[in-house]
Design a protein around this ligand. Structure first.
Ligand code: FAD
Ligand code: N01
Length: 549
């Protein structure tokens, strides 16, 4: 039985570990710690497991890493018992998978749903974390694990007048559980990131009229989603240990990588042929993995960008609309998007595209959206405006380490992001982040990065316990070296030249800086393993005998 919201008592539950979040990160952490014998509780704001896949129920939502790779790999039993329906499974199926795992491992009895962690303060007298939830429950834990997700705080821009809108409005990342019907309605979608681009073609099929408000045109590549052939699934299953190894050693957490060749080494006709094949094949890496320098060299980048621009012009019939859809940033420096019929949707009579860079949104009115040009009357507005990524969910919690210093203060709201390996940060003993800032996280197949972090963190906790260590804390110099390395790696790429959510540029007032580690999943794993093998090099461990007060 799970603990329900509102079970209050003055009693402070004493735990070995508290995990914040019951997405894929939190679920695996709970399983692993429990298997090791540690008393663990998960606190989850939602009313169910699944995190991202619990909250993002918008039309068209599905994964962009092929489903056969976007799942847990730690258990052969789970791998063999679950079969994905298609190349990119839809959100309800991924949510069903999260529930299947939670049931199989009997996880719910240690998860408290409908509850938010509001504060967590490190108690230096006891070397424990004092944690408080929004229903007033107090917990004390030796270890605090943030499994809060990188993309769990929805960004609803502060448009003037939103409270006056007489229709319904939704954010893709907080979609209602009840069915939303757009039949016969005039719908406006703000935002053309991955969420918008997945939702737009589906909403267009149902709505009477769809108006898309676009700030930045995007490069999108066909997903070419299809049902999975049972024979293919069989083959994958038979080879999964090899696949798992390749994913772990790869750049992005998938069992293949880029060709070791510059785009400028091939003559234009060869490049064109390869890009055409990639377009036909579809998928997240099909185009970019043709060459290894698209993210590094402006001229190389332009070859792929020009190719996608030519495809947009080929697909979109109205030249004026095609012009509006032309992306200009360096391809791949925002999260690559894959779609089903996105550009084709603009050939429909019931779809119009508004360039809000040219005529910005000035106000949400009672009747719709007013831009600098005109007012658009709408019955419903969909905000596909993304997330306050990576630091957002951490800063929502009043997290305080040694000396009562808050994480937000320490990181100067993100302007001075400092972590050691993206897992920990100096001044915050026994605090761990899963897929935290400055780790590969959002640049990878997140399941691979999640498993790696969960295994590293839980092994560390077990090591501390077995070696009578009261705490572990990152050393400021190790942290400074890691953070500098993360920035140095980013600086040589084109990624830092684009305004993206990786850079914090999507949130008004958020400091700019590349928040993830671009060095690759395999290299990163090696570094983490090395640190562990050298007795947690770069950390200070405090023995229990030195902590008696
Ligand atoms: P989440 O799934 O975000 O879970 C975090 C949980 O923590 C949430 O349920 C939240 O409610 C809870 N929480 C946060 N703060 C608190 C608090 N203070 N108190 C209590 N609970 C709290 N990645 C890929 O690799 N491949 C994909 O195809 C892919 N598709 C995606 C599609 C969408 C629409 C989105 C938004 C993201 C996608 N991602 C994808 C990234 C995705 O977030 C990760 O793959 C993965 O699901 C993250 O799992 P998580 O458990 O770390 O975080
Ligand atoms: O969010 P985004 P998302 N006024 O930030 C616009 C994962 N994901 O939810 O580009 C007007 O990418 C903003 O414009 P601009 C994936 O990692 C994966 O789509 O900032 N417009 C942009 O167009 C992804 O990258 C899948 O100029 C405003 C859009 O809103 C991440 O989640 C599916 C605005 C936001 O795009 C986030 O994707 C969904 C404003 N004030 C999500 N503010 C898969 O396919 C923002 N915008 C697996």
């Amino acid at each position: 039985m799970s603990l329900s919201h509102g079970q209050k008592s003055n009693h402070v539950a004493e735990l070995d570990a508290v995990v914040i979040g019951a997405g894929f990160s939190g679920l695996y952490t709970l399983h692993r710690l429990r298997e090791m014998g540690y008393k663990t509780r998960v606190i989850e704001a939602g009313n169910g497991v699944g995190g991202t896949w619990y909250w993002n129920r918008y039309p068209g939502a599905r994964c962009d890493i092929e489903s056969i790779y976007y799942n847990y790999t730690f258990s052969d039993e789970i791998l063999n018992e679950w079969t994905w329906s298609s190349r990119y499974a839809p959100q309800p199926e991924i949510l069903q998978y999260a529930n299947f795992v939670a049931d199989k491992l009997d996880l719910r009895r240690d998860i408290q749903f409908n509850t938010k962690v509001v504060s967590a303060h490190y108690n230096e007298d006891h070397n424990r974390w004092d944690i408080e939830t929004d229903d007033g429950v107090k917990l004390s834990a030796k270890h605090l694990i943030a499994a809060v997700g990188c993309l769990s705080v929805s960004n609803v821009p502060n448009f003037k007048g939103i409270e006056n809108f007489e229709g319904e409005w939704y954010h893709t990342g907080r979609w209602p559980h009840e069915e939303v019907s757009f039949k016969g309605k005039r719908v406006g979608v703000i935002g053309t990131g991955s969420s918008g681009i997945q939702a737009i073609p589906v909403i267009a099929e149902e709505a009477e009229h769809l108006t898309v408000f676009q700030r930045t045109p995007q490069y999108s590549i066909p997903a070419r989603n299809e049902a999975l052939d049972p024979e293919y699934v069989k083959q994958i299953r038979a080879n999964y240990s090899e696949i798992r190894k390749k994913m772990r050693e790869s750049a992005h957490g998938v069992p293949f990588g880029p060709r070791e060749r510059s785009a400028l080494d091939d003559p234009p006709e060869v490049r064109q042929k390869l890009f055409e094949e990639a377009w036909e094949k579809g998928g997240l890496f099909s185009l970019s993995y043709n060459y290894n320098d698209l993210g590094l060299n402006e001229e190389a980048n332009k070859t792929a960008a020009d190719f996608v621009r030519s495809k947009i012009r080929e697909i979109v019939k109205d030249p004026e609309t095609a012009d509006k859809l032309m992306p200009t940033y360096y391809i791949g420096t925002k999260r690559q998007i894959i779609d089903t019929n996105y550009y084709e949707t603009y050939n429909r009579d019931n779809v119009s595209l508004i360039d809000i860079k040219k005529a910005p949104i000035e106000e949400i009115t009672a009747k719709g959206i007013r831009t600098a040009d005109k007012e658009y009357e709408l019955d419903a507005i969909v905000f596909a405006t993304g997330f306050d990524a990576m630091t957002g969910p951490l800063f929502k919690i009043d997290l305080r380490g040694r000396g009562g210093v808050s994480l937000k203060e320490k990181w100067a709201g993100g302007a001075n992001l400092r972590t050691y390996l993206g897992i920990s940060t100096a001044g915050f003993p026994n605090f761990f982040m899963i897929t935290g800032p400055e780790s590969p996280s959002v640049l990878s197949n997140m399941m691979v990065s999640i498993e790696q972090h969960v295994e590293w963190i839980t092994d560390c906790i077990d090591y501390l316990h077995k070696n009578n260590q009261a705490s572990i804390e990152a050393n400021p110099d190790a942290e400074a070296t890691w953070s500098k390395h993360v920035r140095d790696v980013a600086e040589v790429t084109l990624a830092v030249k684009t305004d993206s959510w990786y850079m914090g540029a999507n949130i008004e007032g958020k400091p700019r800086g590349f928040m993830a580690y671009l060095g690759g999943v395999g290299t990163y794993r090696q570094k983490c393993t090395e640190v562990q093998e050298k007795g947690y090099e770069g950390f200070t461990l405090l023995s229990t005998s030195n902590t008696a007060k």
